[in-house]
Design a protein around this ligand. Sequence first.
Ligand SMILES: C[S@@+](CC[C@H](N)C(=O)[O-])C[C@H]1O[C@@H](n2cnc3c(N)ncnc32)[C@H](O)[C@@H]1O
Length: 323
Amino acid sequence: MNYIETKIYTGRDGMEHLLNLLSAMGREDVVIEDPADVAELMDKKNSYDWDYVDDDVMEQAGREPAVILYLEDSAEGKAQLEELRQAVAGLKEQLESGSLGAGKAFGRMEVEARPVRDEDWKDNWKEYFKPAKITERIVVKPTWEEYEKQSEDELIIQIDPGMAFGTGTHETTTLCIRLMEKYLQEGDAVLDVGCGSGILSIAAGLLGMKNILGVDIDPIAVQVSQENVQLNGLSQLVNIQYGDLTKGIDYKADLVVANLMADLVMMLSEDVAKHLKGKGLFISSGILVEKQAQVAEAIGRNGFEVIEVLEQGDWCAIAARLK
Ligand SMILES: C[S@@+](CC[C@H](N)C(=O)[O-])C[C@H]1O[C@@H](n2cnc3c(N)ncnc32)[C@H](O)[C@@H]1O
């Protein structure tokens, strides 16, 4: 199926009127590009959500506010586009008449449409995801790519991340795998909090661990992880389930690995000792370098000794052992 990407440009004061109009036409499936949202995010710069704000969101800063929706590229879609154009023109006239307030920034209220091929906007990223050697031993291979083993020792993780986080090439994931490779002992039980695509659980299985549990709060990640675990032939060793951090999880491991973000890692560190055996290990990642000291302090306060910190780009990962 191909689509018509339909972008309606508005202004700061026009957004609400435009969304009301679209809602009245039964179009709730819209993407809002609003620089005001970026300004609001900037206010939250030190908060929980900030670390993973996408670059494409930041690119909206300074742009003209707009609403995007996708119509089918068919006779019906073209008729809907025409209907939209007329409705937006009607709204523009109403706004220009001053009946909804004078001197306001309603914007130009113009519709621009362009055809997009389905694969362009759904699977574009696949072009850039190639087999990657992320440590000396571990290679991540997208399921749709061919790869020939370069040596006997090489371990190949096959992944189709779909809509979940975890191609393995993000620094935060690579850092976790490097620490896991260094500290895991054959047969260790592993708890992977925030498993995303399942990549760390799979890495643990390929590295010789026997009992592995991955949890994620996102149902799509749970499904994607289960599929990837199966794809790698690890269903006997790895279980995946829905979970909010370790709430309600009755499982003890030798290693807890969590690639989350600084605030969540700190939150998790309060509870994680209960899920570790003996002098278990806690590997945490998704931590911006500038937050390292704050996170290490929280981990230390909760009964751990930090034994190693690795950095890559803006990110760091912390390995800590229960005292
Ligand atoms: C940065 S991704 C890491 C994915 C994968 N482990 C990796 O290393 O590539 C973080 C994952 O944590 C999950 N997550 C966020 N908050 C969570 C929570 N409270 N409990 C469990 N998982 C959570 C997200 O849904 C996401 O899949």
